[in-house]
Design a protein around this ligand. Structure first.
Ligand code: FES
Ligand code: FE2
Length: 331
């Protein structure tokens, strides 16, 4: 049995929901995230706010409104909602009116960190700390691209933990060399992260090594997933590809891919390098897209009737974590 729609968002977590550069000062951004229609804006102090996009007065779309005095103005009757979700002005009642605090819209807690916008999803108090991808700090230069896939976000994440698809899906790019044989892989679930060491080889008839026979220092790379929705491929100390898998709704996922690099420093060279790498990343991501969108069922689940193989051990661990944590109180 597969998961039913809407049930596979982990609750009480910080999700990456936007890239910082999408939110310009004074502009209202309407997006769907985790099945909710939301408006985001950045006030004059640079602080970010997010509220439901449905006006509680008579149901107009706040996304059609605008930012006025650091608040959102509804396009229909001009109610002004502040970052705390309160109506601070109801024009028909006049500026002198004392507004009942029940005139409010639901607020979502947001934080900006590492040039991403995180949103707390759940009913608990947000955790202070946001767990971040190991070693990725401000010393890297980066560029971002975005793609929208018609998949559930769990399938998009599984795709980035999949170590046996490379010579097939990416035969002409990152999967060149026909390394179809998968040693291990070594996959470790620790706290809210999943790490995978990849070590594929050309098949000349040898038996693939089991995870416990492998030396992770000899592996070609490491994948790190931080639950609920971001990931990196540690290519080297100076080159990383990171991605966030952002559920728009249960059938649509926005993927932000970021190239982080310290290889090219001079501004023009760095720009050219980033441009080329992002072009390459887009080609690679498009190679994945068709095949992931074709998967049935659309939802990953520990109970899916799929004939998994040892190379799928990272995917099994991903499903195990999801299964255990979706059962949390409030899920
Ligand atoms: S519907 Fe929003 S102010 Fe009336
Ligand atoms: Fe891929």
């Amino acid at each position: 049995m597969s998961a039913t729609p809407g049930q596979n968002y982990l609750r009480n977590r910080w999700y990456i929901v936007l890239s910082s550069d999408e939110l310009r000062n004074g502009q209202l951004l309407k997006v769907k995230r985790l099945g909710m229609d939301l408006v985001f804006w950045r006030d004059s102090g640079g602080e970010i706010h997010a509220i439901d996009a449905r006006c509680p007065h008579r149901g107009a779309d706040l996304g059609l409104g605008k930012v006025v005095d650091d608040c959102v103005q509804c396009p229909y009757h001009g109610f002004l909602f502040d970052g705390g979700g309160r109506a601070v002005l109801i024009p028909s009642m006049g500026r002198s009116a004392r507004i009942n605090p029940n005139y409010r819209v639901r607020v979502h807690r947001v934080r900006e960190f590492m040039n991403f916008i995180f949103m707390w999803y759940g009913e608990g108090e947000p955790s202070e700390k946001i767990t971040w991808l190991e070693g990725l700090d401000g010393s890297f230069s980066f560029s971002t691209m975005k793609a929208t896939w018609k998949v559930n976000y769990t399938r998009a994440i599984e795709n980035q933990l999949d170590v046996s698809h490379l010579p097939f899906v990416h035969r002409t790019t990152i999967g060149r060399g026909n390394r179809t044989l998968v040693n291990g892989p070594i996959a470790e679930l620790r706290g809210d992260e999943l790490n995978v060491w990849v070590c594929n080889e050309v098949d000349v008839g040898q038996r693939p090594k089991r995870a416990e026979e492998m030396d992770r220092n000899n592996c070609r790379g490491r994948l790190q997933l931080i639950f609920p929705n971001y990931w990196q491929n540690v290519i080297s100390d100076r080159l990383r590809v990171a991605a966030a898998f952002v559920p728009e709704d249960e059938r649509t996922t926005v993927i932000y891919v970021r190239l982080y690099q310290k290889l090219a420093r001079a501004p023009v060279i760095a720009q050219l390098f980033n441009w080329f790498m992002m072009y390459f990343n887009r080609v690679v991501l498009n190679q994945d897209r068709n095949v992931v969108e074709s998967q049935v069922p659309m939802f990953s689940d520990v109970r899916n009737r799929e004939l998994l193989v040892p190379a799928d051990s990272p995917i099994m661990l991903f499903r195990k974590y999801m299964h255990e944590n979706l059962g949390q109180k409030g899920a």
